[in-house]
Each structure stands twice: as structure tokens, then as C-alpha cells.
Design a protein around this ligand. Sequence first.
Ligand SMILES: Nc1ncnc2c1ncn2[C@@H]1O[C@H](COP(=O)(O)OP(=O)(O)OP(=O)(O)O)[C@@H](O)[C@H]1O
Ligand SMILES: [Mg+2]
Length: 301
Amino acid sequence: MTTLAIFTDDPGWHGARLRAAFAERGCESRFVTLSECSIRLGTGEAEVSVPGFGAPPAAAFVRGVAGGTLEEVVFRLNVLHALKAAGTRVYNDGRAIERSVDKGLTSFLLAGAGIPTPPTRVTANPEVAAAFLEEELRGGHTVVSKPLFGSQGKDVMRIDRLARLPDAQAANGVWYLQRFVASAGREPEDWRLFVVGGRAVAAVRRSGGWPTNVACGARCHAAVPAVEAVDLARRATRVLDMDYAGVDLLRDRAGAWWLIEVNSIPAWRGLEEATGVDVARLLAADLMGRIRPRQRPQEVV
Ligand SMILES: Nc1ncnc2c1ncn2[C@@H]1O[C@H](COP(=O)(O)OP(=O)(O)OP(=O)(O)O)[C@@H](O)[C@H]1O
Ligand SMILES: [Mg+2]
């Protein structure tokens, strides 16, 4: 029987759903903490030790990469890189996670690929940050400030005057400022499309306060996305080379779509409750379809 690793420090509801979905396909899975893995070098080929596995697993589902010091986070990602080099099918792999964990890099790659991205400034210079904000305010806009490594709406702020610009400490030394896009509906809303294996398998509108993250109290409503939104979500997932992704979009009052975020380790509980789509089952099927006979170690950089 194939045994897969599910990397997480906190299996919870998502871990249980995944494990059940893999079991349904005749696959056992074990929860593993990335920090408990180690990389062994200098004894022939590089090896990765994964607790509970004699050899690297055929596949690993990355459900969480815990925060920590820069060294700890880089080490955890390096374990993913080393596993991929050893032939494990890492879902989403370390590079995909790196591309999306940093909002500045995500927006840079998406905008560069022609995906509509609201006017954004990423800078470590407070004067450049202030100048962008002033220019936007002069143009009749407000601005959203987001932590580069944030998620779930944490510390996302709307700024409507110069005095509200976060100081260097609050911005962790780097400002990510983006034009506020007023949504088309009566209240602020955004769209989350869940893409698996290049297909948008479920979509919700999220509303109820601002920011419209479930973690901030927003509610998910099942909805049929516009063809254009589906197309953007699929393209963004492809540009960032992700096996699956949670893609956040906004639709402005003129009906134009803007892509604001792609998440490589998205939660799906709210989305599943609203849509009834069995996300874990789709993820398990997609991952199982991608496990190939063990290949020779490959270049990953
Ligand atoms: N440019 C914008 N205009 C209007 N609202 C925005 C804008 N950017 C973000 N928001 C609001 O803030 C919320 C959070 O933003 P975003 O999705 O970029 O970060 P996050 O949710 O914290 O990160 P992640 O999606 O990785 O968990 C969005 O769902 C939306 O409600
Ligand atoms: Mg988001």
C-alpha cells in the first residue's frame, strides 16, 4: 500500500478530510511535521529523513509550513526542495509556496504575466511609500496596506489619509501598498476560486465586513463565477506553477476583474460548507494521478 506524508503541525479538520480521501483511494497517510525531517549529506546521494518513512514517500501533501525564524522557515522549504529532488511528488512544491508566500513576489509575477493587478507599490523606502499614497489619494483613491507575509486578512488596513501610513516597524520594514478596489456589490466582497489541477472546482463570494476573510468574520456564499474570473484564476495558478490554489479576485464597479492573491496552502472549510464540493476528494484524486514511478533525482533549482 502507498503511504503518503501530509505535512502539517496541526492536522485538524483539513487533515482528517485529506486522510479520509486518501484512504478512500487505498492510500494510507501520515501526518508529519516538517521541522522533524532532516537532510543528510556527504554519504553519497543527498537523503531526506522523514519520520515514519524508511525512504522518502512517493508523495507529500503540504498542508502547512509553520512560521518561525527565517532560518526555520527556509529549512522547512529546503526539506520540500530536497524531497522533490529525491523523487517525492510534493503537492504544492517548495518553489510554488515561495512564489505565493510573499505578496510582493506573487504580484510581481502575476502582473508580469499580464494578469490584472491593482496599482501596487512595494518598497523599503518610507518616502516612496508616502509618495505613492499621496498620489493615490490625490487621484481620489484609498490604499490597502498588507503585510508581505500575511494571511487571513491579518493586519490588512485601508488607508485614507497620509497620517495613517504604517511606520517602518508596523510595516516590518517593507510597505506593500495597493489601490483599494471598491467592489461591485452593495457591500465589500471578494471572490475565492479554488483551482485543482488546472480546473476551478468551486467558487464563493465572501462578504460581511472588511477585509472579507473568513478568519475576520466574513461569510462564504456559493456562487457561479464569471468566465473571465475562471480564466484569470486558472492563468494565475499556471503562472505560479501550482498544483492547486485558492485564488482571490475582486470585481470593481465597472465590472473589471482584479487578481489580488493566490494562496498555495489554502483552507477550504468555509468554501466546502457553502458549496458542498468535496474538496479533499478532488485534491486526493489529482495528487494520486500525478504520482509517477520513482524517477532519478532531478534538478529543482
Ligand atoms: N486592493 C484591494 N482592494 C480592496 N480590498 C482589498 C484589496 N486587497 C485586499 N483586499 C481585502 O483584504 C482581504 C485580504 O487581502 P489578501 O487576500 O490580499 O490577503 P490575505 O487574505 O491576508 O492573504 P491570503 O489570501 O494569502 O490568506 C481581501 O479578501 C479583500 O477583502
Ligand atoms: Mg486572501
